[in-house]
Write a protein that binds this ligand. Structure first.
Ligand code: FB9
Length: 257
């Protein structure tokens, strides 16, 4: 689909790129150690782009670009805290900022498939780490219709055609939508991902031109794999208990069921 892969080889990230640059407020519940793995050593990052950081501080504190912002006292040392990234959207943020630094703007299609970490309760389908799949398109005049269109194209290639969209909320996208697909085997509607349009409070402080929009979506790698291979417990798919014979004997997934 003409997308190029983002470099996701660094699991340790700063709160700045994982949260602040995404216009996620510093008191957001996801930012405390109940949901996020913070690092003891190195506890803080030393490398943040000062002038961009100043703009992120402004938009959180007092808005701009038509936004009133959050109106709280933004703290640099909170943004400097190192953590294990909670989503590969942290890398999307870095790539969009880099794109905005280029002299002339060029439209881009990026994707990532890599590990993310969440300090969540583990159960049959959840571990403290999973693989996130993310796609984004950055271009002039993109609309919600363009997002729905690319989601239908992407999921139809995974054998999921009948999609429904439900309004949702993410701190970094407005509007946002949860994506559902009717799964013939399970005879029910399955939530297959989340999506939205990145907020101007995220994009304009980066220096992206007015009129440039970014549509994006995400899902996990483990959920579809468990359903497609009929794997009941995520520990049979990922981790020290995996049975190699299952891996050897399982056919490569021929999608388009
Ligand atoms: O993958 C998910 N579900 C899924 C996907 C495919 C599938 O295929 C079947 C074979 C036919 C079946 C199920 N989900 C996302 C939905 C749920 O499983 C959800 O309960 C769990 N989600 C994870 C996060 O949990 C906390 C899955 C994971 C997820 C959720 C959201 C994103 C990424 C991963 C995102 C995003 C995003 C949004 C806007 C902009 C950029 C990124």
């Amino acid at each position: 689909m003409g997308f190029s892969e983002m470099p996701t080889n660094m699991y340790v990230e700063s709160s700045f790129w994982n949260f602040d640059a995404l216009f996620q407020p510093q008191q957001h519940p996801a930012r405390d150690s109940h949901d996020t793995f913070f690092l003891k050593a190195p506890a803080t990052t030393t490398q943040l782009p000062d002038d961009y950081l100043e703009k992120v501080k402004q938009v959180h504190q007092s808005g701009g670009h038509g936004s009133k912002g959050y109106g709280y006292d933004w703290k640099r040392d909170e943004a400097e805290k190192n953590l294990l990234r909670t989503h590969t959207t942290a890398v999307s943020t870095r790539m969009l900022y880099k794109l905005a630094q280029e002299k002339t703007f060029a439209p881009k299609r990026y994707y990532s498939i890599d590990r993310v970490f969440r300090n969540e309760a583990v159960d049959r389908t959840h571990l403290a780490e999973f693989h996130q799949i993310e796609g984004l398109i950055c271009d002039y005049g993109l609309t919600l219709g363009d997002l729905i269109g690319v989601l239908e194209d992407f999921f139809s290639r995974l054998g999921m055609s009948k999609l429904r969209f439900k309004p949702a909320y993410n701190p970094y996208t407005e509007p946002s939508m949860e994506i559902f697909s009717y799964h013939d085997g399970l005879k029910k509607w399955v939530e297959i991902g989340n999506s939205g349009m990145f907020r101007p409070e995220m994009l304009l402080p980066m220096g992206l031109p007015e009129g440039v929009n970014v549509i994006a979506w995400g899902l996990s790698l483990e959920r579809p794999t468990m359903i497609l291979y009929g794997i009941d417990n995520i520990r049979d798919l990922f981790g020290p208990k995996v049975d190699f014979n299952l891996i050897k004997s399982s056919p490569i997934c021929r999608l388009g069921l």
